[in-house]
Design a protein around this ligand. Structure first.
Ligand code: BG6
Length: 469
């Protein structure tokens, strides 16, 4: 923690980029891989029509951008930009194809060994998400996913295998991607498919409790097996504003924000915040806990807070729930520009959020997703993505202001440094990358990689450690 005024990015600042296995790897049947949740959604992860993939129906995840085979070429490009960190996830079903085996799949483990070696060759730190919307579908079908305590054992076994295998290669870990989205969309975060007539809150809080216990066990294991590693919470924390200054709207907005902050409240502080007991009472929620659960959560909190920040939304009085990365949006904010996908761009909100989280938790922060999804046009083999450069520049400037405000920030991982499949819509045309991938929404294209103008820009930013913006 700094003890005096700082006006620069720290020397060891981890600049880089982030992706997720299901959105980039492809290789859906290779190396003994099982079937994951994302492969069972049809039109995007929010899809509740979840069923096993049909061979003859196109699904973008099957090949994605073929990172499974092309990772050496892609990592070389990341290294050329000067990446210090690269965040990706491990496809749970490559390691445990159904999630329930007692022995891991060696071919899956060997793939990540090769990928991590390649990163290390260039001095790039892997930052690994253990579960990023890729839960084995067998666990969903057989146990109704995280509703069952059995998942704690499956996850613990999975974590033990990862920590033991990669202890010399991976020093930064995240347990669940955007765990707070359990409140809004428990399906892809936790494999919870709420049944008609079911008490949704009951299902969500029970499953979340199991995930908190599993998280604490992962933290414990990580410290035991890799004492020099750091393991964080990952949440979607794009902020939400009241859309007017009526105190009732402001109070409701605080409540909506707490639905997200509830997760880091538990996982960083180590106990359930008192405001949740009223909520449980009013929603008839009875969370079943076992002896020792609360002690475990208390004893093994995470040590940093990683989060995604893309945009901000507004809350309108009386509206039930808005917010976070891909959720519904309240009334448009007249002060902000809007992306082609309707997301409102708000660099000042980024500084606000960094300050808010630092004030609340006093643990290092790590924005591990931030970026602009836009349509790109290739002209004479070039992509002049000035809009993406502007987005990046303004957000990095805002982050620098937050550093001057005294916020402790570990690094910055831009989302989708190479074009990948969109999680929300399964489109390729929603492109975030500094590297273009020749593939369209129907799966046509050569998969060739092409540098956009933003590639050189980000390279310059990293080379100057955030001074040349
Ligand atoms: C985050 C997810 O919510 O948003 C990513 O962690 C996702 O997996 C990102 O890709 C951007 O969303 P989208 O729908 O534009 O891909």
């Amino acid at each position: 923690m700094n003890t005096s005024y700082v006006d620069k990015f720290p020397e060891n600042f981890l600049w880089g980029g982030a992706v997720a296995a299901n959105q980039c790897e492809g290789g859906w049947k290779e190396g003994g891989k099982g079937v994951d949740y994302a492969a069972c959604c049809k039109n995007g992860l929010g899809d509740l029509d979840v069923s096993r993939p049909q061979e003859n129906v196109y699904h973008p995840e099957r090949e994605a951008i073929d990172f499974y085979h092309r990772y050496p070429e892609d990592i070389k490009l990341f290294a050329e930009m000067g990446f210090k960190v690269f965040r990706t996830s491990i496809h749970w079903t490559r390691i445990f194809p159904t999630g329930d085996e007692t022995e891991p799949n060696e071919e899956g483990l060997a793939f990540y060994d090769r990928m991590f070696d390649e990163l290390r060759r260039y001095g790039i730190e892997p930052l690994i998400t253990i579960s990023h919307y890729e839960i084995p579908i067998d666990l969903v079908e057989k146990y109704k996913s995280w509703r069952s305590r059995h998942l704690i054992d499956c996850f613990e076994r999975y974590c033990r295998v990862l920590f033991e295998r990669y202890k010399d290669k991976v020093k930064y870990w995240l347990t669940f991607n955007e765990i707070n989205n359990m409140r809004r969309n428990p399906s892809y975060v936790g494999g919870i498919l709420v049944q008609p007539g079911e008490n949704k809150s009951q299902a969500i809080f029970q499953a979340s409790h199991h995930m908190f216990v599993a998280n604490a066990k992962a933290v414990k294991l990580c410290h035991e097996i890799i004492p020099d590693a750091r393991i964080g919470v990952m949440c979607s924390l794009s902020n939400i504003y009241p859309n007017n200054c009526d105190p009732v709207t402001v109070l409701e907005t605080q409540d909506v924000r707490r639905r997200s902050l509830f997760f880091p409240d538990v996982m960083l502080r180590g106990y359930y915040p008192t405001y949740v007991y009223r909520l449980w009472k009013e929603h008839n929620v009875h969370v079943k806990m076992e002896e020792g659960d609360l002690e475990l959560i208390k004893k093994y909190p995470n040590e940093f807070l990683a989060f995604s920040y893309y945009r901000t939304t507004t809350h309108e009085k009386g509206q039930p729930y808005f917010g976070d990365t891909g959720g519904d949006v309240g009334t448009p904010n007249p002060y902000l520009e809007t992306s082609q996908w309707g997301w409102q761009i708000d660099p000042t909100g980024f500084r606000f959020t960094l300050n808010e989280l630092w004030d609340r938790y006093q643990v290092p922060l790590f924005p591990v997703e931030n970026g602009l999804g836009a349509r790109d046009v290739v002209e004479d083999g070039k992509i002049h993505d000035t809009y993406r450069i502007e987005y990046l520049r303004k957000h990095i400037l805002a982050m620098k202001e937050a550093i001057k405000d005294g916020v402790d920030i570990m690094g910055y991982a831009y989302w989708g440094p190479i074009d990948i499949v969109s999680a929300g819509t399964f489109q390729m045309s929603k492109r975030y990358g500094f590297i273009y991938v020749d593939k369209d929404d129907q799966g046509n294209g050569t998969l060739a990689r092409l540098k956009k103008d933003s590639f050189e820009y980000y390279k310059k930013v990293i080379a100057s450690n955030g001074e040349d913006l």
